[in-house]
Ligand binder design. Structure first.
Ligand code: F6P
Length: 334
């Protein structure tokens, strides 16, 4: 007979739209199996402080369309101390947990690998971050919504930029990866995308020279706006420094818009709700099958399991197709 499992779940690191859909699927799958689902609040802090509650279908009623995370999240400093992971493991033992499902990014997965040193239950990770910077999955939970949110905002910026034929530098999130920058830049027809894939710190001056030429030509030929989508943490000293460099080089005035946390919030789009629901169900199946220290991701429509350690070691590059396509054709001017 199938053992009645006690499954723990937490959301960790930057919240991502769709995390609630994953939690909902896990809770509902546990209910069908007659398992106990325990939610730990505030990311790994919930494990360190034993902040836990039994989750029932009542708790996940109507959360599918909500952004953020009903379990709350955190970047837990305690997990980086030598005692943190041990303390987390003690709570798992005390609560008699058989399997822990963590929804988060690579930092959250590192936390799982530390807990593994002190606890022999099952560990299952689901990729949840707007940055899409985890390999072994086509998209992370939250990425598609963040891209859509940024596109909606940039379309609005485009309207006002067009009206004044202005240049705008729009900074998008992504931490140290360019997935958001490229997808958003391409989907909004940005004239320039500055991201990790096409930027070399040593050549900022030549980039400013090239950009200035393009902007002046665009303004002369087409009398229209010019949007630069800039990945955060890329340009030395940030968008202000780029703005200043354009002014110094060619007397080009530009506006700056930092989209920031608007990209993390909002109701998940259907794609994220479905992805998160699929992975949530697969996570409970993985617990039933005894899968351990795996991340579940969707690749070409299939849910695949990858060893957690591999997921934090491997870099996921932005598709070279898109990088080249923007450079050669899609930037929209010649
Ligand atoms: O990892 C998600 C993310 O939103 C990154 O894109 C961004 O760099 C970072 O988190 C911001 O973190 P915080 O919300 O802690 O400022």
């Amino acid at each position: 007979m199938q053992k009645k499992l006690r499954i723990g779940v937490l959301t960790s690191g930057g919240d991502a739209p769709g995390m609630n859909a994953a939690v909902r699927a896990i809770v509902l799958a546990c209910k069908i199996q007659n398992f106990t689902c325990m939610g730990f609040s505030h990311g790994y802090n919930g494990l360190l402080d034993d902040e836990t509650s039994i989750l029932t279908s009542r708790h996940v009623n109507d959360v599918l369309r909500q952004g953020g995370t009903v379990l709350r999240s955190a970047r837990c400093k305690g997990m980086l101390t030598p005692d943190g992971p041990k303390q987390a493991a003690n709570t798992l033992l005390k609560q008699d947990i058989d399997a822990l499902i963590v929804i988060g990014g690579d930092g959250s997965f590192r936390g799982m690998l530390e807990i593994e040193k002190h606890w022999d239950g099952l560990l299952v990770g689901l990729p949840g971050t707007i940055d899409n910077d985890l390999a072994f999955c086509d998209k992370t939970i939250g990425f598609a919504t963040a891209v859509q949110t940024a596109c909606d905002a940039i379309d609005k910026i485009r309207d006002t930029a067009n009206a004044f034929e202005r240049v705008f530098i729009v900074e998008v999130m992504g931490r140290h990866s360019g997935h958001i920058a490229f997808h958003v830049g391409l989907a909004t027809g940005a004239e320039a995308i500055l991201s990790f894939e096409n930027f070399d710190v040593a050549s900022t001056q030549s980039i400013v020279d090239e950009l200035s030429q393009q902007i002046l030509k665009q303004q002369h030929d087409k009398h229209s706006s010019f949007l630069i989508v800039l990945a955060e943490n890329l340009w030395p000293n940030g968008p202000e420094a780029l703005k200043k460099a354009l002014k110094v080089k060619a007397n080009i005035e530009s506006g700056i818009c930092i989209l920031g946390h608007i990209q993390r919030g909002g109701s998940p789009i259907a794609e994220d709700r479905l992805l998160a629901s699929k992975l949530g169900l697969a996570a409970v199946d993985a617990c039933i099958n005894g899968s351990h220290r795996v991340m579940l991701g969707e690749l070409n429509g299939e849910v695949i399991k990858t060893d957690l350690e591999q997921t934090i070691k491997q870099h996921k590059p932005v598709s070279p197709f898109w990088v080249t396509a923007h450079k050669n054709v899609l930037k929209g001017f010649i």
